[in-house]
Write a protein that binds this ligand. Structure first.
Ligand code: URA
Length: 446
């Protein structure tokens, strides 16, 4: 078999055979197929697409390129959760402890921030002392003991995806539906859970800018999961505007703790409980209403917050920080961003907010850059709020004057102000399962 022939076949719109896909993934992972040939094939896939069979085969070849985590020693239905990436998205820190508090074991491997989007591992590391790197045995032992572990992607998990993702990032081949679906699902399948809840974001701050694209990606991922025997459910949620009010690592952990105390922003609470309820449903804990009730009760009883405290302690972190926010790293500088005109906030662009927060130091401009865990944004006015000229739209935090000024400029451009309040928009757009698509048109949030 020759890589040249595979590239030519895909370039001409042909369908790759399972053995050809496996040849590519095995050869590329082993370093036998050079980057330039892999990039050429990725580009051909971008233009020609892949059938469902090809995508499922690519996913499994990537999942099997490294270790497959075996969670069978842990009793119960293990449920994972994944977001396609957003701004202010701290739902893992809420939904995972809620599910675990209801008795569903959650063994989750998370990533770091990517571009303008945040990552759970960076957020968790804002908790003083908390470690996200751990060996496989330690990871499994923690899930067995307390029912919850959120750690970094360890060891040799889907190495083909790691290599291919880095290549796609620099060859303009990230935005291909089958490549994204295979990339996400290969990691989730290798991570070993029985069921997976996907939060597919749509809007300016998401990879999928339109709802149609988000739906297509969700359908593809649900179908791949079901083909290989995993229960998968996807929720399409809004990412035109940041989720919650806080962007930046320690700020987001504090906001998650507020939600777990029943005192967080409405939009973040709603999306987190929606995801947690689906995690419970996939674990067989009842119908939609029963699962929603259980999730709400886990928050109201304090059980979910206690579960997060247990996880933080188990991973060496300062659990008292979840109750006493002064124990988090504090930013050296803080400034209010003032409105330049009066009116209604008609939009707060998620992509621009994500960029502003990276400029403030909360994300990385290039791979390996250090992160300022205290940097970020607290939004004081959200979409739909009335604002007067000179009133504060947000507070921004950084450790350097220059970064504060840059962040402020970008944040100001993210906010649009008009004379009329904007129309309400649905926060949860659709639910996708093996049974089909349920569109949710009703507005919730603003
Ligand atoms: N997230 C991933 O893990 N992979 C992609 O290709 C895109 C987003």
């Amino acid at each position: 078999m020759r890589m040249y022939d595979l590239i030519l076949k895909k370039k001409e719109g042909g369908e790759l055979l399972p053995e050809e896909i496996r040849f590519f993934i095995q050869g590329y992972t082993a370093g036998e197929i050079p980057d330039y040939q892999a990039a050429a094939l990725a580009m051909a896939i971008c233009f020609r697409g892949m059938t469902e069979e090809e995508t499922a085969c690519l996913t499994m070849a990537m999942a099997r390129s490294g270790d497959l985590v075996d969670l069978s020693g842990i009793p119960g239905v293990k449920v994972d959760k994944h977001s396609t990436g957003g701004v202010g998205d701290k739902t893992t820190l809420i939904a995972a402890p809620v599910a675990a508090a209801c008795g569903v074991p959650v063994a989750k491997m998370s990533g770091r921030g990517l571009g303008h989007t945040g990552g759970t591992v960076d957020k968790l590391e804002a908790i003083p002392g908390l470690k996200t790197e751990m060996g496989r045995q330690e990871f499994l032992e923690q899930v067995r003991r307390i029912g919850l572990c959120v750690a970094g992607q360890s060891g040799n998990l889907a190495p083909a995806d790691k290599k291919l993702y880095a290549l796609r990032d620099v060859t303009a081949t990230v935005d291909s539906m089958p490549l994204i679906a295979a990339s996400i699902m290969s990691k989730k399948i290798a991570a070993g859970s029985d069921a997976i809840v996907l939060d597919v974001k749509t809007g300016s701050g998401a990879f999928m800018k339109t709802q149609a694209d988000a739906l297509a990606l969700a359908r593809e991922m649900v179908s791949i999961g079901e083909k290989v025997g995993r229960r998968v459910m996807a929720v399409i949620t809004d990412m035109d505007t940041p989720l919650g009010c806080c962007i930046g690592n320690s700020l987001e952990v504090m906001e998650a703790a507020k939600v777990l105390r029943g005192k967080g922003p409405e939009d973040l609470t709603e999306v987190s409980l929606e995801l947690a309820s689906h995690m419970l449903r996939l674990a067989g804990m009842g119908g939609p209403e029963e699962c929603r009730r259980r999730a709400r009760e886990a928050v109201e009883s304090g059980g979910a917050l206690e579960k997060l405290r247990q996880m933080v302690r188990a991973q060496g972190g300062d659990a008292l920080a979840l109750d006493d926010f002064s124990r988090f790293p504090q930013a050296g500088l803080c400034q209010e961003v003032l409105a330049r005109e009066s009116g209604y906030v008609t939009g707060v662009d998620a992509l621009a907010c994500g960029r502003a927060s990276v400029l403030l130091g909360a994300g990385r401009l290039k791979k390996g850059d250090p992160i300022d865990h205290a940097a970020g944004i607290v939004m004081l006015k959200k979409r739909g709020d009335r604002v007067e000229k000179g009133e504060a739209l947000a507070k921004i935090y950084s450790s350097e004057e220059g970064k504060l000024a840059e962040g402020q400029q970008v944040y100001l451009k993210a906010v649009s102000i008009g004379n009329q309040p904007p129309q309400a928009r649905a926060l949860i757009r659709a639910r996708v399962s093996r049974d089909g698509v349920e569109l949710c048109g009703e507005p919730s949030g603003r």
